[in-house]
Write a protein that binds this ligand. Structure first.
Ligand code: NAG
Ligand code: NAG
Length: 351
């Protein structure tokens, strides 16, 4: 916790017994510019495209409108951050120093009549574009939130190749440290209004409503953090799968599991090899051995590479094995009963 202003009165502090001192997104970094957020305990910054929170604490009741953009965050602002479709943007949590292990999720919603007129608190408007859940091979940094702390309190997300327009980005940490108690899960959403430029052609599919999608009894919300371990890594974040992959490519294809980029952000394909591959020469190498799951051993997350996307093979990956991610060249189809889900850019796992 680092208060940068001394404007918090004793009276205000009295309202913030335990919530005080977690954090917020302090900067939104694009290729062209860094946009600073007003501190939750300072005045609104009329030049900031980041909707101002009024607490460093979580959205205490995640079933009401405070879950949309965080407590105080549902007030639209005038400024917009300029982002090009396909660009990678970074959320800088600044002095986020607490250990709040849990997933990190990012959503996007279209602002139909401009973000200054859009709250985002009704309708199936939120489309999940990125998440980092639990990766058992990242020893000591298994959770997405751990990665934020490891990377200097920053988290980067690629914005999908969407048609130009105004959008609301919603980025959040879900702290699970007291999630074993009903309503104990701590959601920290932050919203940034963006003006998307570029030549993107895709329009957003239907997403989920927030509030309305975070059920207090969801197994990703009411959960004992200590029970999720490398030996028992079964965890699914709330809010559904990533349904709109970033970068180029056709999200519609990826959504159904096909296409090269499907290995980076695999769709919800269960059991079968990824879609029907395009006509190809028969394999000249020895036939794949479907009963050899050892080829699917997870590897430690790799640094970014520009390696070409892997080509799907006939072998199936066992549950909890790696099935995708940048630089990964192994099989991408999960065994029946599990689904390949992206944990981050570098690691997808059969869960
Ligand atoms: C949202 O949070 C604020 C405190 O930041 C609170 O005053 C308000 O009552 C909450 N809204 C609802 C609907 O509970
Ligand atoms: C994993 O968790 C889901 C719910 O989150 C549950 O339905 C499923 O049975 C679990 N699988 C295993 C192998 O524990």
């Amino acid at each position: 916790m680092q208060l940068t202003t001394i404007t918090v009165s004793v009276a205000l502090a009295a309202f913030l017994p335990s919530a005080f001192g977690h954090g917020q997104v302090h900067n939104f970094i694009t290729a062209k510019k860094t946009y600073a957020a007003a501190d939750a305990y300072a005045a609104v910054d009329p030049n900031s495209p980041i909707r101002k929170l009024n607490t460093y604490g979580p959205a205490a009741d995640f079933t009401n409108i405070n879950i949309t953009c965080g407590e105080g965050g549902n007030t639209p602002v005038a400024p917009l951050a300029e982002v090009a479709a396909g660009e990678t943007v970074t959320f800088d949590w600044g002095s986020w120093t607490s250990s709040h292990s849990g997933p990190v999720m990012t959503y996007i919603a279209k602002c139909p009549n401009g973000c200054a007129n859009f709250k985002g608190d009704t309708g199936n408007v939120w489309v999940k574009i990125d998440q980092d859940q639990f990766n058992p091979t990242r020893t000591g940094f298994e959770w997405g939130e751990n990665i934020i702390r490891m990377k200097g309190n920053k988290y980067s997300v690629q914005i999908p190749d969407l048609e130009p327009g105004e959008y609301l980005l919603r980025h959040e940490i879900l702290g699970l440290h007291v999630a074993g108690t009903l309503m104990g899960a701590q959601f920290y959403p932050n919203c940034v209004q963006i003006k998307l430029t570029g030549t993107g052609k895709k329009s957003l599919p239907a997403g989920i409503p927030l509030p309305g999608s975070y059920d207090p009894r969801d197994t990703g919300i009411l959960v004992q953090l200590w029970q999720i371990t490398a030996a028992s890594p079964n965890y699914t974040a709330p809010g559904g799968a990533v349904i709109l992959p970033g970068g180029t490519g056709d999200w519609g294809v990826e959504q159904f599991g096909g296409g090269a980029i499907g290995s980076k952000y695999p769709g919800p394909v269960v059991g079968a090899p990824v879609a029907s591959p395009p006509p190809a020469k028969p394999p000249v190498t020895s036939a794949p051995t479907p009963s050899a799951p050892s080829t699917a051993s997870p590897t430690v997350a790799k640094p970014p590479t520009s390696a070409p996307a892997p080509t799907p093979t006939g072998a199936s990956v066992q549950k909890y094995g790696q099935c995708g991610g940048q630089g990964y060249t192994g099989p991408t189809a999960c065994v029946v009963g599990s689904t390949c889900q992206a944990q981050n850019d570098y690691y997808s796992q059969c869960v």
